[in-house]
Write a protein that binds this ligand. Structure first.
Ligand SMILES: [Zn+2]
Length: 333
């Protein structure tokens, strides 16, 4: 296997059978450690021939649901449970995940805005390059587990883009249904080229992402949905043949469309939301008020929804600056 000029060294052998654990060694020469490396944890199960899937979390380090679900999965699975190959990367942007931050404290890098990356760039760019050029070309499937992180909250959702062909569209639809989250969103258009799902598309790998809660915490309900969904997915693609999925509960399918389905803060101050997550909204409805306690005699700034839809993403911290996302609407397909 070519490592495509990557300077990252894998302690595991991607061709070896069985369970392997170790680190991707990302060279990082700094004052306290001249020849040091960043230890990006990796687990791999391989058993005979079958599909290869990459399961990833910690792309954003303050999104904890996926990191816990994949850590538990790494311990619960044995190589005999798998037919094919499963690569698990629970802390993809390790410096960010270590510090519980969305972006890396080493270089400020947002891994999910860094694809296709750079083999000789910053640590975050080197990691993006490794995922796109070394890991994804070995894969048939890619699942990147996100959540709302520190600043946002979502219900348990599973997201996908549209397939390039009718066959791909059907495969993506079946994958998304197999996760059986309460909500399933479809992105319109080709979207942002710097995210992991765009990297997967460039490599011809079928991919899903999730948004599983957030708000800088973990809830038992959403974590259970995350673990259940991952097992169902792996069973669906044939990697986990012995798993017996329980009855499907049904998924509400919705679409994520243009930028004017977001409500952004138009001023700085303290945001008072007028509606909750998962509220049916009518065009023109007020989303909330931004108050100005520094100048309490100034009238609040009222923000409005520009479309009908369902609030599926809500800002958590009340302190806002102009340009912060307050709400996002999804629409029925
Ligand atoms: Zn994320």
């Amino acid at each position: 296997m070519s490592e495509q000029n990557s300077l990252i060294h894998s302690e595991i052998d991607f061709d070896r059978e069985g369970k392997q654990t170790g680190f991707l060694r990302l060279p990082y020469s700094v004052h306290r450690s001249a020849y040091g490396w960043i230890p990006v944890p990796i687990v791999m199960f391989k058993n005979g021939s079958g599909p290869t899937a990459l399961l990833m979390s910690g792309n954003h380090g303050d999104e904890y649901e996926g990191q816990i679900a994949l850590t538990k999965l790494s311990q619960d699975l044995g190589p005999g449970d798998i037919t094919g190959r499963l690569i698990i990367l629970p802390m993809a942007n390790y410096p960010a995940a270590h510090d519980g931050l969305r972006t890396s404290p080493f270089d400020g890098g947002n891994l999910n805005r860094s694809f296709p990356g750079d083999a000789t760039g910053t640590p975050t760019q080197m990691m993006a390059h490794y995922i796109e050029e070394v890991l994804l070309p070995q894969c048939d499937y890619f699942f990147d587990l996100h959540s709302g992180g520190s600043s946002l909250r979502y219900p348990a959702t599973v997201l996908r883009g549209r397939g390039d062909t009718a066959e791909q569209e059907a495969a993506l639809e079946a994958l998304q249904m197999s996760f059986d989250a309460p909500f399933g969103f479809i992105f319109g258009g080709r979207g942002e080229p710097r995210v992991s799902s765009a990297a997967a598309r460039r490599k011809g790998v079928l991919s899903l992402t999730t948004e599983l809660g957030g708000a800088g915490t973990v809830t038992p309900e959403i974590l259970a949905l995350a673990e259940r969904g991952v097992q169902r997915l792996l069973h669906h693609i044939g990697l986990l043949p012995g798993h017996e999925p329980d009855a499907t509960r049904g998924m509400r399918k919705m679409e994520l469309t243009g930028p004017d389905y977001f409500v952004y803060a138009r001023d700085e101050g303290l945001f008072e939301p007028y509606v909750e997550l998962l509220t049916e909204i009518k065009k023109g409805q007020a989303a909330g008020a931004i108050h100005h306690p520094e100048t309490p005699w100034v009238e609040p700034t009222i923000c409005h929804f520009e479309h009908d839809g369902l609030t599926i993403c809500q800002r958590i911290p009340a302190r806002v600056q102009r340009g912060d996302c307050l709400f996002h609407l999804a629409t029925n397909i």
